[in-house]
Design a protein around this ligand. Sequence first.
Ligand code: ADP
Ligand code: MG
Length: 413
Amino acid sequence: LSPDLDAARQCLAQVFGFSGFRGVQDQVVGRVLGGHSTLAVMPTGAGKSLTYQLPAVMLPGTCVVVSPLIALMHDQLRSATANGIRAAALTSVDTDREWTIERFRNGELDLLYVAPERASQPHFRELLGKAPLALFAIDEAHCVSEWGHDFRPDYRLLRPLMDAFPQVPRLALTATADRHTRADILEQLGIPHDGLIVAGFDRPNIQYRIVPRDNPLRQLTRLLADNPGPGVVYAPTRAQVEKLAEQLGDTGRRVLPYHAGLPAETRAANQEAFVTSEDMVIVATVAFGMGIDKPDVRFVAHAGLPKSIEGYYQETGRAGRDGDPSVALLLWGADDFARARQRLSEVDQSRQQGERTRLDALAGLVETAGCRRAVLLRHFGEDPPPTCGNCDNCLEPPGLTDATELARKLLSA
Ligand code: ADP
Ligand code: MG
């Protein structure tokens, strides 16, 4: 064990109150403390924040954290400050700007959170030149890649900004990146290829079930009846969220809706109710879930096709973070694929290939008569055993007729 990691373990206990590192956290922290730029691909809930927060506390100077959502940033800020870490944010909604800049320049901040738009502002670059820098941390780093599922053009401005400070190491973090996206992130952020660390993606306690949608209300009612614990049902549109929430509420369970069209107070109240509940169901668009830390979600259902395997993995990954048995149910229809193909023809030429690859990968997951988990893990570059024993196809191997029926449905899409 290097002396750095000994000191890191002490800091881990004293500042964060944790008894040990989890998974690949120690590898990532070790590299960062050694000054090596790194891309860490770790599943949601694996503890990515710690891998920059801990070096930020240990190293002299400030760790500048780029994060795509102000809400996410403020969650992080709250928990860091609660641990006694000196942290602040520079965003359009943070008002104590002068004081933050003052502290940053004086080396009195461990963490400075900034929105990616800031990277393009000459002011900000000047400011970086005047402050002691420890590390650049780029959260949700898949946003830099057009191959990723959430491309943010502002992320492209980070490389030139960071290149102006070549002595400062970079730590890029993401939960979801396939091989293509990983290579692209390394390239776009100027991180060497040997700086990639990938954590295991398997979530053995999640049971994957992917079935054709015949009567979604009946299928979801059944799911709720079988799973009395808290759960999330994702629906593709706001209108569908509203309707499903109402219909599922008739089953006697407490069901609340969540989507970006609801007033902010309603959203916050529904989210809070869900996070503290032991039996509630939230029906939501994919706007729900980012940064929500609820370990005992017993099921995640998709009433329609997710956008990509990455999205599916991230959304289903909100189930069972406590390690207890949980279910991921996806209801899909041939019309989902038909609509997705239709949309494909409408997107920008430059993005069509990426979108098509994404859709094909999703079709591969839905269509397989083999192990679902194997398809998922292979997608993320892992080499899985041929069967997992905990997905629909492993538990109830589909007959030849089912497979033919599935293929027919897909082809007619
Ligand atoms: P991610 O960004 O990878 O989804 P977070 O950084 O939000 O995950 O961390 C998820 C949860 O795990 C947080 O509640 C965090 O406090 C906790 N956590 C992180 N590292 C450890 C650790 N070494 N031991 C115990 N809990 C940890
Ligand atoms: Mg995170």
